[in-house]
Design a protein around this ligand. Structure first.
Ligand SMILES: Nc1ncnc2c1ncn2[C@@H]1O[C@H](COP(=O)(O)OP(=O)(O)OP(=O)(O)O)[C@@H](O)[C@H]1O
Length: 310
């Protein structure tokens, strides 16, 4: 086991930011910590890294108790924090070399590792640029290169794709999967459910400092009653229609917004057939029609009564 957290409690004054949290991260996983802003993801990560003191709990990393001076453990961890932490006056190459040099003394070895990291994040054409000359997405990639150049066994990324363009986002997500294939265990925190679904093999959903559910995305989705969600464009909408449609079997909820009706069904057979039969029988005209399976946002909504999205 790479990380074991038991009974972690972290308070800021009266505010309980992390509340009796237990989690385990196994070797080789891409482990996702998913939760809305303020749910305690960064605080949990900072406690795991011993960057913050905490009120209660036990934390082990690589089977040993974690402590602020546990340098043998820290050497094997790469951290990519939410806030970009690079030196403004150093170039891309010098920044990566500096951070890699905190762990690797041998100059030749370090040169190779730095070059590898530059290739990895796709910054070959920007080696001599200073941070202020880079776009937001390229700066994020530099931040990542600084955290991974020394080839850590455990890589922790805290919201690494906030405010980046789609191309850099894909580059970052693909890069994380490659690091994992090359042997690193990954912890990935995000409030973007799509990203967590895309790359994480196991996910913990955090709300108000507590884990409310955990498992693979399939396991999480099987925990809720919702079976599918249908969204359809309607013409000549009248409130009465929503009330009438509630009679269709297995409907959990029905809403109208922006010219579309969204219907959530509980898990059951023939939901779409019931709906289409009803629309045909009542001669209700509809335009575009989509059916989707539950998302992690639906899981969050059913478990907490609120949206995961901002
Ligand atoms: N230094 C601090 N002092 C006081 N309260 C804090 C401090 N840091 C965080 N908090 C509070 O603790 C709670 C958890 O914050 P945390 O940053 O861990 O959440 P998060 O899930 O990482 O959110 P975000 O994605 O917005 O960073 C929030 O209510 C936040 O306001």
């Amino acid at each position: 086991m790479v990380i074991k957290v038991e009974g972690l409690v972290k308070k800021y004054g009266d505010l309980v930011a992390v509340n009796d949290l237990n989690l385990q991260v196994n070797q080789g996983e891409v482990f996702g910590l998913l939760g809305p802003n303020g749910s305690g993801k960064t605080t949990t990560i900072n406690c795991i890294l011993s960057l913050l003191s905490y009120s209660k709990g036990e934390i082990q990393v690589f089977g040993k108790p974690m402590a602020p001076d546990a340098y043998d453990i820290k050497r094997n961890i790469g951290v990519i924090m939410q806030n970009i932490a690079v030196f403004d006056e150093l170039t891309v190459l010098e920044n990566i070399d500096y951070f890699c040099g905190l762990y690797i003394n041998d100059k030749r070895k370090r040169r190779n590792l730095v070059e590898e990291a530059i290739e990895f994040v796709g910054l070959r054409d920007y080696k001599k640029f200073v941070p202020k000359e880079l776009s937001g997405g390229l700066l994020r990639r530099l931040n990542i290169a600084c955290g991974i150049a020394h080839k850590p066994k455990l890589i922790i990324l805290d919201e690494p794709t906030v405010a980046v363009d789609p191309q850099s986002r894909n580059n970052i997500l693909e890069g994380i999967l490659k690091l994992n294939r090359d042997g690193a265990t990954i912890i990935y925190t995000s409030h973007y459910m799509e990203e967590v679904e895309q790359i994480c093999s196991r996910i913990c959903i955090l709300d108000k400092g507590s884990i409310i559910a955990s498992g693979s995305k399939e396991e999480l989705k099987s925990m809720i009653d919702m079976g599918e969600k249908v969204s359809m464009e309607v013409f000549d909408f009248k409130e009465q229609l929503l009330r009438d449609m509630k009679k269709i079997p297995n409907i959990q909820s029905i809403d109208y917004k922006g010219g579309r009706i969204t219907v959530k069904f509980s898990k059951a057979s023939n939901n779409l057939i019931y709906l289409l039969d009803y629309l045909k029988e009542k001669n209700i005209k509809f335009g575009k029609f989509y059916s989707e399976l539950p998302t992690l946002n639906d899981v969050f909504l059913e478990l907490t009564g609120k949206e995961l999205r901002d």
